[in-house]
Design a protein around this ligand. Structure first.
Ligand code: DX5
Length: 233
């Protein structure tokens, strides 16, 4: 009989994607998100090559940095992340998420993020298997399992990603890694429990937060409650 204690439950966190926000007044928008009780703010960085969309340069993020104290994460949906990562750390992002599909040398890229003093995280597109991160988990504080194909907000949640979330959690626990599991894409009150039940403890949400008729604070606490109730202990 195994006497190894199960790893402690990881706290559930809610992280907004800024994509649905009003870009003409981003300072006000990040303040509203912080007031709504989010744990971090995710900036979806898109270069028009890795994904067919173009979004936030480091200067936009740097301009918003003084408005709030909540941590920033940059989700780098870019080709050649190594060329850009230092600028996003300087802009005030304390977590950098590198896509496993975006660099030939994932281990080196994640090591570079840590050298820059940021927390390193790796993201998996829907078609990329969990095993792709098995040998870099020691460098990561988080794995992001995309639950949509990246590039746009407002897409439908891909429920067939749940077995992969569970597999990533198994890999993390089997290796004794101190690593969160984040999901991103189509997260809403209808899908939060499924993702958390599969093993995710960090939920990124965009459109579901901004379309809640009862406001951001209600949307954040509802997602947190649904996920906390479902997250395996
Ligand atoms: C998509 C982005 C997501 C997206 C989430 O590529 O990575 O963060 O903005 O938006 P929703 O929650 O609307 O799917």
């Amino acid at each position: 009989m195994s006497l190894v204690a199960p790893p402690p439950a990881r706290p559930v966190e809610v992280v907004p994607s800024v994509l649905p926000a009003d870009f003409s007044r981003l300072g006000d928008e990040v303040r509203a998100l912080e007031k709504a009780g989010v744990d971090r703010i995710q900036w979806d960085v898109m270069d028009g090559r890795f994904v067919p969309n173009l979004t936030f340069g480091p200067d936009v993020i740097a301009a918003c940095r003084p408005h709030v104290t909540v941590p920033f994460e940059a989700h780098l949906m870019v080709d050649e992340p190594d060329a850009l990562m230092e600028r996003y750390v300087e802009a005030g992002c304390s977590v950098l998420i590198v896509h496993a599909e975006s660099t030939r040398h994932l281990h080196r890229s994640l090591g570079r993020v840590r050298e820059l003093g940021a927390r390193a995280a790796v993201a998996l597109n829907p078609a990329t298997p969990a095993v792709a991160v098995a040998d870099v988990l020691d460098l990561c504080s988080m794995v992001l399992v995309m639950t949509v194909n990246p590039g746009f907000g407002g897409q439908d949640y891909i429920a067939t990603m749940e077995p992969k979330i569970t597999e990533v959690r198994r890999l993390v626990e089997a290796g004794g890694h101190d690593c969160d599991i984040e999901v991103d894409g189509g997260i809403s009150p209808a899908t939060a429990a499924g993702a958390a039940g599969a093993g995710a403890n960090i939920l990124v949400a965009g459109s579901a937060l901004y379309r809640d008729p009862d406001g951001l604070e209600h949307a954040v606490s509802e997602l947190r409650a649904l996920a906390s109730g479902a997250h395996p202990t």
